[in-house]
Design a protein around this ligand. Structure first.
Ligand SMILES: O=C(O)CCC(=O)C(=O)O
Ligand SMILES: [Fe+2]
Length: 282
């Protein structure tokens, strides 16, 4: 994004509060006005949406480090969801900060976001505010199609399309372990989608009454081995002002280790549903 476009977007966005942008109607009104008032933004967003559909991920450089600007631009992909973005149930833009307290501070293994929802978010936006000063914490991406192609045994591919138990986190007042069940892979007409979170799947498979049979355990093993295939992932370092947009149903994402010197690495995250899909109650 040219400096002048970034500055115009930042200026435009300063008139909007994140709170009002939680409504899809307001998101779309703000986007329409931004597209009218900043003509260069119009072409850039149209190109980004087309590139995301064609390539499943892209990085926009020179994006303003601004929460409202992120929410408004992400509206070009659909409905920016304030309900399922991080631990607080009312967050339009979640701050992903590597700190001593972050539970998975070591490598964040390949996963898709929102795997417990009936309809996981279609897209994610990750805006890098501050990379790790140590230069670690690389972003890793791998496509579901490449993982499926790596799994040679067709019976494994078939089994991965059956529902697998994903353990739900325990909630205060409800100590009963519970699960939601979904396929890890879906394959139809050459389109491969994925839903996966290692912690939830491992815990689901451990739960009494949901233990995997040999066929599904073997298929999961083949999937996890494919995720370990060294030549498949794309790895890169997000720099400040780079906005990564990715297809959350056709790509898995993760990041490499962030060591103690990386505390303070900061991304801003948005999660986007296709426009007009109702958020499921989950
Ligand atoms: O820290 C990262 O680079 C990835 C974070 C992540 O997976 C997420 O916010 O969904
Ligand atoms: Fe994630």
């Amino acid at each position: 994004m040219a400096d002048s476009t970034g500055a115009a977007l930042a200026d435009f966005s300063s008139a909007w509060r994140t709170d009002e942008l939680k409504s899809e109607h307001t998101q779309q009104a703000a986007l329409r006005r931004a597209r009218t008032e900043i003509p260069e933004l119009r072409g850039l967003l149209d190109e980004a949406v087309a590139a995301l559909h064609a390539s499943l991920a892209l990085v926009i450089e020179g994006f303003p480090l601004d929460t409202a600007a992120l929410a408004i631009a992400a509206g070009a992909l659909g409905r920016v969801d304030p309900s399922h973005n991080g631990p607080n149930p009312d967050t339009l833009v979640h701050d992903v900060v590597d700190s001593e307290a972050r539970p998975y501070r070591d490598p964040d293994p390949f996963h898709t976001d929102s795997p417990l929802l009936a309809h996981p978010h279609a897209y994610l936006g990750l805006l890098c505010v501050r990379p790790s000063p140590a230069g670690d914490g690389h972003t890793v991406l791998v496509s579901a199609a490449d993982i499926a192609a790596e799994i040679a045994d067709r019976s494994h591919l078939r089994a991965l399309q059956d529902p697998y138990p994903f353990a739900l986190p325990r909630t205060p007042g409800n100590d009963e372990p519970s699960i939601t069940a979904h396929p890890i892979l879906t394959m139809s007409d050459g389109d491969v989608t994925v839903r996966y979170c290692p912690v939830r799947v491992a815990a689901g498979a451990e739960l009494a009454g949901h233990t995997l049979d040999a066929e599904h355990a073997d298929a999961l093993g083949a999937f996890e081995r494919a995720l370990d295939t060294q030549h498949l992932p794309t790895t890169f370092l997000l720099r400040a002002g780079e906005l990564l947009l990715l297809d959350n149903r056709r790509l898995l994402h993760g990041r490499t280790d962030v060591g103690p010197a990386g505390v303070g690495r900061h991304l801003k995250r948005v999660k986007v549903h296709h426009a007009h899909v109702q958020a499921p109650a989950c």
